[in-house]
Design a protein around this ligand. Structure first.
Ligand SMILES: C[S@@+](CC[C@H](N)C(=O)[O-])C[C@H]1O[C@@H](n2cnc3c(N)ncnc32)[C@H](O)[C@@H]1O
Length: 224
């Protein structure tokens, strides 16, 4: 199957998975979350990979960018004093708030909005993001713009350095179908960021690889 057809099929499958279900509760990384209809279901291996990586971080304040059910924020809440979750989808915002409430988690707040806009001026010890990563002409909740810089991936990458504290960590998931070159080149232009990328084969039902990016903000060599 050629690349375009593969991507179209991935998006169709993702849409089917996300849009045709009743509210259901799942456990991811030991955290129970309810997934309301229309919210991205967290019981998948990409979210699990990020949850595993997130559970190895810790500090004062963390951000879950594009939170969906709030699953990654709830994992972070065990390791950080304060967590902010952000999503542009109002149904996801309500769902994430309900999940924090139902879990009795008091150090998580959920804000509606796009990219870093709801947390402008704040600094985080960790920023975690599982964005829509299928490149598509139709930008929506399940797919992103063909030019990744225009969607949540672009927001994450362009705003990361300014949003991280010194030694802060950014975690991002993409796929082999994503324009990973743009991400790598853009991050490499920032001397304050050190980038490490792990690839996981066959993480989804398809043949694509999942890339987990770990980006650390450090002072450039020689800086004091
Ligand atoms: C793939 S889902 C991931 C949800 C959750 N973090 C998880 O791993 O289960 C991506 C989420 O990002 C949200 N989103 C997409 N673009 C966004 C943007 N520009 N700003 C904020 N949220 C966005 C979508 O509404 C969706 O809930």
């Amino acid at each position: 199957m050629d690349r375009r057809k593969r991507i179209a099929k991935e998006i169709r499958d993702c849409r089917t998975l996300c849009e045709q279900h009743e509210s259901r509760t799942t456990t991811v990384h030991g955290v129970d979350v309810n997934c309301a209809p229309g919210v991205f279901p967290p019981a998948n291996r990409v979210t699990t990979c990020l949850a595993n990586a997130a559970s190895r971080c810790g500090g004062e304040c963390a951000l879950d960018l594009g939170c969906g059910t709030g699953i990654l924020g709830l994992v972070l809440a065990k390791r950080f004093r304060r967590v902010v979750c952000v999503d542009r989808c109002p149904v996801a915002v309500t769902c994430a708030r309900d999940n924090a409430l139902n879990q009795g988690v008091q150090n998580v707040s959920v804000r509606a909005g796009t990219g870093y806009e709801p947390v402008a001026g704040m600094r985080f010890d960790a920023v975690v993001c599982n964005p829509p990563f299928y490149p598509s002409a139709e930008n929506d909740r399940w797919a992103s713009y063909e030019r990744v810089e225009l969607g949540l991936i672009g927001d994450f990458v362009k705003g990361l350095s300014g949003a991280l504290t010194q030694n802060g960590v950014g975690l991002l998931a993409t796929s082999s179908l994503t324009d990973n070159d743009w991400i790598a080149e853009t991050l490499a232009r920032d001397d304050n960021l050190t980038v490490d990328r792990s690839r996981f084969d066959g993480v989804t039902r398809s043949s694509q690889d999942i890339h987990i990016w770990r980006i650390v903000k450090t002072l450039p060599e020689g800086a004091t």
